[in-house]
Design a protein around this ligand. Structure first.
Ligand code: SF4
Length: 344
């Protein structure tokens, strides 16, 4: 049976039409599902009982409940969910100085094969459905009573969001709907390893923030680290970044994971500064998260600071973002590790 959580409001209106239910009933239903988080049609007291009976016959309401949670010493919390077909999905709630950030997953596994990421190693199992993407947010908002203080959402967990484009867009529409959680575009960021057509479509179809996982300033190194670069090399990627429709006061975020003796020299920093010239952006510097079996190491502190200072001299905002949750395998590139699955 159809899970109603997979539908955006316009899709719900269309689905209910053949049942003779007008758009205002769809809006009421949507609000029960996403604002009040009803788990049963019988809770939907603003709907007449014959409508509830009709819905019960045709649809189901999925509800995500974590099968495991783990808390890190730094305050971040990892949630592990099981899908109906038995796969693990992971999300991480991260406390920042002034707000909370929720990192969510869009795929089980990932086909992109980035060398520094645990996810790439298991390949892609399947795309998550819109209800499974939104379900992570609904559950964590509910469990932590965050209705009045919604966390920022980053699509940066397991999987490449733009490789699951239609479901990604539906999930964004559901989150932004005023009859649901009513998310502002300012609080949503989609992160990609560089799927250029998807970036162009995202800029056309939404007003959310874009982050690009860059990690190398030249094609040779980037192709070694991230196979996607062979299909969409830096010139194409940065052309897409330059033409991304950015409203005033917004900028693109580039994520740069620093790996010792791989991409962390002063020369790399200077090349990076030249490469991004003219793009309204900030560069998040993320020291690599070492984990058992990984072939890469984190740079030492001096190297990190030297790399940062070169970017700052070139007038970039380049904060060092230390990954949180490393002790619970929730840091960047670690999600899904325990299950042999993926992470962005
Ligand atoms: Fe996939 Fe992101 Fe990991 Fe690359 S970094 S393999 S895109 S999850």
């Amino acid at each position: 049976m159809n899970d109603l959580k997979n539908l955006s409001l316009p899709e719900l209106i269309e689905t209910l039409q053949p049942l003779g239910l007008p758009p205002f009933r769809a809006r009421q239903l949507f609000s029960w599902l996403h604002q009040k988080q009803a788990v049963d049609f019988d809770q939907m007291t603003s709907l007449p009982s014959n409508v509830r009976a009709q819905l019960k016959e045709k649809f189901i309401i999925s509800r995500f409940v974590p099968c495991r949670t783990e808390s890190s010493e730094d305050g971040s919390r990892k949630y592990v969910f099981k899908t109906a077909d038995g796969h693990g999905i992971e999300s991480v709630l991260i406390p920042e100085r002034r707000h909370l950030t929720l990192c969510i997953s869009t795929q089980i596994g990932c086909a992109m094969g980035c060398r520094f990421c645990c996810t790439g190693q298991g390949g892609l199992v399947r795309n998550l459905r819109p209800g499974e993407i939104v379900g992570q947010v609904l559950c964590i908002v509910r469990e932590n009573n965050l209705g009045e203080r919604l966390p920022n959402i980053v699509y940066m967990g397991m999987g490449e969001p733009l490789a699951n484009y239609d479901n990604l867009i539906t999930s964004i529409r559901i989150l932004q709907d005023e009859n649901g959680l009513n998310y502002s575009h300012r609080k949503i960021t989609v992160s990609t390893c560089g799927l250029v057509p998807g970036m162009q479509a995202l800029g056309r179809d939404t007003d959310v923030n874009l982050a690009i996982s860059l990690n190398a300033p030249d094609d040779r190194l980037r192709s070694e680290l991230m196979p996607v670069n062979k299909t969409y090399p830096l010139a194409r990627l940065l052309e897409a970044a330059r033409s991304y429709p950015l409203p005033p006061r917004k900028r693109i975020t580039f994520e740069y994971i620093l790996m010792r003796d791989v991409n962390d020299s002063d020369r790399h920093a200077r090349t990076l500064a030249g490469l991004l010239k003219g793009i309204r952006c900030k560069i998040n510097l993320i020291p690599f998260n070492e984990h058992p079996g990984s072939e890469f190491r984190a740079p030492d502190e001096q190297r990190l600071l030297s790399f940062q200072s070169i970017l700052v001299e070139h007038n970039y905002t380049a904060p060092i973002r230390r990954s949180k949750g490393a002790d619970i395998a929730a840091a960047c590139g670690q999600l899904g590790r325990l299950d042999g699955e993926a992470a962005h």
